[in-house]
Design a protein around this ligand. Structure first.
Ligand code: NAG
Ligand code: NAG
Ligand code: NAG
Ligand code: NAG
Length: 741
């Protein structure tokens, strides 16, 4: 964490004057190291996803955050300095109760933190929003609160935290001022303020507010927000501070804090617009002091997997919400340390891999990528040897564990923790192994809408035969290569082989069908799908040791490239569709796994032609998906960039960074945007997609450094254990299973 702070005391005293209304937007705000479209505040799972649009940052004292889908949420932070209260965030009308707006100076994000620095009269204050990303620690990642935590083992199994996020309010350079700090959230966090209920308990040393919709049915959503479960907001007194709590109308609760610097325990009426507030009295502070608040979203029944309730992994260790929250609070020091290491290592590695702009891109992508995921165990048994991870296809249709969402995202898992590939595929593989899916190709997803992972017994999942069959084979090999774990894939070898056989028969003369980019419509003979199939066949050959599949993959590649079925006559590029459409093109991003896994299905020359061709196909913000579209997919473009030589790769990074930082849009990172004005549309603005976990694909360039490349840095004793990282064959791995076939 770095702050380029100038002393703004002069401006601070102006802001404390009658001209204070000018200060919110007159201060100069610096952005480090880049201006993102939106800052993640508490982003831990599909239902705890709270963001601050960047165009609100200059007005932070007045600004309310948003749920990822755009709903406004109430979250305020106040500081009281020698009896004068300042709004730091989220008070739309700070004029009432003699609350003055603080002045914003600096905003910054890292992979796990969003930081805002303000001046409140004589006090310097930092708001630090931490959503720990701790992929190797299943307990920390599955706690649905936002705050960092430590390595923690249960039954010698790693645990995670997806439950919550932390807000740390830090006061610095105080000269003996009398300081109190306050924060509140409101009923809108439940998804249905009208009819919501508030509860308060003091347990495990914490003051805990919970907000619920009492009449909600389990698993019910409203506009992508969860109606079931509970929002939790908590803090705890420390040696240095006394904690008080109050709920009711914001005017009354904030007004009492402004007047007294503490709250009373006389809970007010709960009505739409009400808030739950917590206040810390720090007393006289010399130097610095900080307090933590935790905000989370807890669902006991988190996922409906084939009719059975699955719950957060953390419940194995902390069966009740107060226990989990208490651990989360206690764990702050560890979580902070680990998050700082991750942030630092990620910046270092990403900069070394593809420059500082690339580091900005992956840092903004990290919380969003993991924020689409829940890591769960069966609610009844809480067995930790039955872990399933679920991912939501945010902002398109809400499908559960879409294979072509896991696929674009997989580079981030490959880098930070490849176990996620297995955990996310396992719910699908179990379903396929139960023989409930009868079509000859792989299924698209495990449920029509989150959190209902109930399969498609009616066989009506969105059909993407070659897309998903190829994806599954490639993901399985990526997992084996990155972890060295051969037993998981071995148990499903017959299923994988069925899809490999499907590709052998159907992936050159390709029937009219969709690819992952379903917005572009179906096509017969789409070259990029044929490429995926060839790479998928080679991947299965490597996985199974059955050379036949490798040979077919290579033959298909030869037909597409050397024999020119999938290229123009001069071999300048792969065509969108074959045969005989030499002017068309589409980003052949499916070559990326061939490079990453060193499969050599295609020769070097097949990648080299792309380096030249795509350098000359750039719009204002880079290369669109294909010759028919003006929009680009950021994830696929980073994949494609991973197949290029450095100069073209850098152009792709520059273009994505230019889109990310152009200040024209304020959604959570969009992976789909207008790249060129060629069709008359405004370039550099997002299209439909926001907050999608597919931004994990931005890690494609870092993944080329090898699996677990970050983790090895923060676990120095860890040796990258990847079996056959250099690409040796794994032909003996499945010998026993092959004999049975
Ligand atoms: C729950 O109550 C609220 C307000 O009382 C009402 O608007 C909503 O329709 C109710 N929902 C259900 C599922 O009954
Ligand atoms: C906390 O409350 C106790 C008891 O009322 C009081 O003695 C102490 O000074 C308070 N501490 C602060 C930091 O306000
Ligand atoms: C989850 O498990 C707990 C403890 O066994 C049980 O009380 C609760 O009813 C279960 N919830 C669901 C939705 O199955
Ligand atoms: C697809 O390509 C194959 C192989 O070149 C060709 O035989 C077939 O006619 C093509 N299909 C369409 C619809 O163009």
């Amino acid at each position: 964490m770095r702050f380029n702070l100038q002393s703004r005391l002069g401006l601070g005293s102006l802001c404390a004057s009658v001209f204070s209304f000018l200060c919110g937007d007159q201060g100069h705000v610096s952005y480090h190291s880049a201006l993102p479209p939106s800052y993640p505040l508490a982003v831990r799972n599909p239902y705890l996803s709270t963001w601050m649009p960047s165009d609100r940052v200059k007005q932070l004292p007045y600004a309310e955050p948003q749920f990822w889908a755009g709903q406004e949420l109430g979250w305020s932070v106040l500081v009281r300095v020698d009896g004068q209260t300042y709004s730091l965030m989220g008070v739309p009308d700070p004029g009432t109760n003699n609350i003055r707006p603080a002045t914003v100076h600096h905003a910054e994000y890292t992979a796990t933190h969003s930081l805002f620095h303000l001046t409140a009269g004589p006090a310097e204050v930092t708001l630090d929003f931490l959503s720990p990303v701790s992929p190797s620690n299943y307990l920390r990642q599955s706690l649905p609160f936002s705050k960092p935590s430590s390595w923690f083992l249960i039954n010698s199994f790693k645990l995670i935290y997806e439950l919550a996020g932390y807000l740390t309010v830090h006061v610095s350079e105080s000269q003996g001022q009398n300081i109190q700090i306050y924060s509140d959230i409101d009923g809108r966090w439940t998804g249905q303020d009208e009819g919501s209920a508030r509860d308060f308990e003091e347990k495990a040393g914490l003051a805990i507010y919970s907000l619920t919709v009492p009449n909600a049915t389990t698993y019910a959503e409203i506009d992508d927000m969860a109606l079931w479960g509970q929002v939790v907001f908590t803090s705890r007194p420390s040696d240095l501070s006394n904690l008080s709590a109050l709920s009711g109308s914001p005017d009354v609760v904030r007004g009492l804090f402004a007047k007294k610097g503490k709250l009373s325990s006389q809970e007010g009426l709960w009505a739409p617009g009400s808030v739950v507030g917590l206040a810390h009295e720090l007393g006289q502070v010399t130097g610095g002091a900080s307090v933590n608040f935790v905000v989370g979203y807890e669902r006991e029944a988190a996922i409906n997997y084939l009719g059975k309730a699955y719950t957060g992994y953390y419940r194995a260790g902390y069966p009740t919400t107060p226990e989990a929250l208490s651990f989360f609070m206690e764990d702050y020091g560890n979580a902070l340390l680990e998050s700082l290491k991750l942030d630092q290592e990620l910046v270092g590695s990403a900069t070394a891999a593809a420059g500082p702009k690339y580091a900005d891109i992956v840092a903004l992508s990290t919380r969003q990528a993991y924020g689409g995921i829940d890591v769960t165990i069966p609610n009844e048994s809480l067995e930790t040897d039955n872990v399933l991870a679920f991912i939501k296809e945010l902002s398109s249709d809400g499908n559960v564990n879409t294979i072509d969402v896991i696929m674009p995202a997989f580079p981030i898992y490959y880098v930070l923790d490849p176990d996620y590939i297995r955990l996310l595929l396992e719910p699908v593989m179990k379903y396929l192994a139960a023989d409930r899916w009868h079509l000859p190709y792989a299924i698209h997803d495990i449920g029509f809408h989150y959190p209902h992972a109930i399969g498609h017994d009616n066989q009506k999942a969105e059909p993407m035969p070659i897309e998903e069959s190829g994806n599954l084979l490639i993901l399985a090999l990526a997992y084996v290569r990155a972890t060295g774990d051969i037993s998981w894939a071995a148990q499903y070898i017959q299923i994988f082989q069925k899809y490999a056989d499907y590709l052998v028969d159907n992936s050159i003369n390709i029937a009219n069908q969709l690819s992952s980019n379903d917005a572009a419509g179906p096509l017969p003979n789409e070259t990029n799908l044929a490429i995926k199939a060839a790479v998928g066949l080679k991947a299965f050959g490597e996985l199974s040791g059955m050379d036949y599949y490798s040979q077919v993959g290579e033959q298909h590649a030869d037909l597409l490239f050397e024999q020119g079925l999938g290229t123009d006559d001069d071999k300048t590029h792969f065509v969108l569709q074959y045969p005989d459409l030499p002017e068309t093109w589409k980003a052949p991003y499916n070559l990326y796994p061939d490079v990453l896994l060193k499969l050599k299905t295609f020769p070097e020359a097949a990648y080299q032609m792309g380096s030249e061709f795509f350098s000359s196909s750039r719009g204002e913000y880079g290369v669109p998906l294909d010759n028919r579209q003006d929009w680009a997919k950021s994830d696929w473009n980073m994949w494609l960039a991973g197949t290029f030589e450095t100069s073209t790769r850098d152009e792709f990074v520059d273009d994505l960074w230019a889109f990310m930082t152009n200040g024209k849009h304020t959604w959570p990172f969009s992976d789909r945007y207008v790249a060129t004005s060629a069709l008359g549309n405004e370039p550099g603005v997002p299209v439909l997609c926001r907050a999608r976990p597919t931004v994990g694909g931005h890690f494609a360039l870092l993944a080329l450094e090898g699996p677990r490349s970050i983790r090895s840095l923060f676990e120095p004793e860890y040796l990258p254990g990847a079996v056959n990282k250099q690409g040796q064959k794994l032909q003996h791995v499945f010998d026993n299973h092959i004999e049975e076939l």
